[in-house]
Design a protein around this ligand. Sequence first.
Ligand code: ZN
Length: 252
Amino acid sequence: MTARGRRRSRGSLAGLVAALVAVGCAAGGVGQGGPQQPPNEPRPQPTRTAASPDASTTRADGTTSVAEFKEDIQGAVRIAERYWAAQFRASGRPFTPIRRIIPYQREGEVACAGQPVPRNNAVYCSAADYIAYDVNWSVAAFRQVGDAFVFYLLGHEYAHGIQVRMGTRYSFTIQQELQADCMAGAYLGDSVRNGQLELQDGDLDEFRDGLLAVGDDPDQPWFAEGSHGTAEQRTDSFFRGYENSLRACGLG
Ligand SMILES: [Zn+2]
């Protein structure tokens, strides 16, 4: 899936779960995000954090270069900005794009409200209104799952920025996370429907595979701080948004 419709293959799923459990906003404080407020999502538990996939699980089919990854990230950002600007315009509200998208490589290279952003993750930082992603980890996931995963990842983090702009409040982290998955689905589904994005064979499977890989452990309590939802819940939320647009996401 790309803005320009270039086709890419799915990667092997071997090692995927270990590589991707950390997805999503370990430091992505959302909500009451003043500069003094620490992120409200804890780091992944050490036992659930994994290094990037090794070479044996990485496809080397020549279609997943870092340059292509960067192009996809830029395309995903551009489409997200356009999408949310149109949504805000339609409801008569001003829209400011998320201020910065920051690739990083080392733990502590980027900080959110004084907290170092850990490796192997992507976050939205509400205190400074940026999205940051571990570029090595993201490229590895891109190679393993496929290019559609990059659009999902960006869409999910961008949705956290939208939640802040809309002043949405939650009782539990899981509500905000599943809503972000729904909003990511809506942004992608609507962008496919309006021709901004071209869907290719395998892209829907890539979303499914990526979402399965980022689900919480089944024994994690849903009400725990940092819960994102089981694989089934995240997949349901994403595709509810993908198929039915934002009205499925409980916004407003
Ligand atoms: Zn999130």
